[in-house]
Write a protein that binds this ligand. Structure first.
Ligand code: G3P
Length: 218
């Protein structure tokens, strides 16, 4: 499973990328706004930090406007993935851009039918938002199960399921059990994946016993 980080905070991205375990980055207009920076500057900096796909979202809602913005975004770096909303115009732009060899991420997916359309439009990634469905009292993971099952039925579909709106590590584990290709995680959730109190407790005990031996290794 690939791990992307869902942020436009370049300090966080730099720190997380040093692990060697980060496969890409996703941003959205809200995250760019939170960064307080210009989209072109921040996306260029992220693309230089992480070699994998970096999603940068269009703000236009009509096909021509999306195509104009995509032309600007794709010029930033070879690893830019143009993020488009799951609307008729967004899917039309997705189809055109995919045909032109551009990576695409179709976002704001909330149903299996929408995910099927995104795959037919040739999206590189589709982003179902599990947390926002959970917030409404629906099971976001059921949507992931449905999409994975549907895509598996049609091996010609190459779209990867990118689990978004992830709130906690259980979402990540459930998505991995279902075979989702990618999860994009807020930095705090990505850091939580490392943690277990028994790891900390066990390491403290090992270090105490080791110190008592008086030995060194190097
Ligand atoms: O970037 C898309 C998605 O991950 C946003 O998540 O937390 O705003 O629902 P959230």
């Amino acid at each position: 499973m690939k791990f992307f980080v869902d942020t436009a905070d370049t300090a966080d991205i730099k720190a997380l990328a040093s692990s060697g375990l980060l496969d890409g980055v996703t941003t959205n207009p809200s995250l760019i706004a939170k960064s307080g920076r210009k989209i072109l500057d921040v996306v260029a900096e992220i693309c230089a930090l992480v070699p994998g796909p970096v999603s940068a979202e269009v703000a236009a809602t009509d096909y021509d406007g999306m195509m104009r913005e995509a032309a600007v975004l794709r010029k930033i770096a070879a690893n830019v993935c143009v993020k488009l909303p799951l609307t008729p115009d967004g899917l039309r732009a997705c189809k055109t851009l995919t045909g032109d060899g551009v990576m695409t991420n179709v976002t704001l997916c909330f149903s299996a039918a929408q995910a099927l359309l995104a795959a037919k439009a040739g999206a590189t990634f589709v982003s179902p938002f599990v947390g926002r469905l959970d917030d409404l009292g629906q099971d976001g993971m059921e949507l992931i199960a449905d999409i994975v099952q549907i895509y598996d039925n049609y091996p010609a579909l190459t779209t990867e399921v990118l689990v978004a709106s992830v709130r906690h590590p259980i979402h990540v584990v459930q998505a991995a059990k279902l075979g989702a290709h990618v999860a994009t995680l807020p930095p705090n959730v990505l850091r939580m994946l490392y943690s277990h109190p028994l790891t900390d407790k066990g390491l403290a005990a090992f270090l105490k016993d080791w110190a008592a031996t008086g030995q060194t290794i190097a």
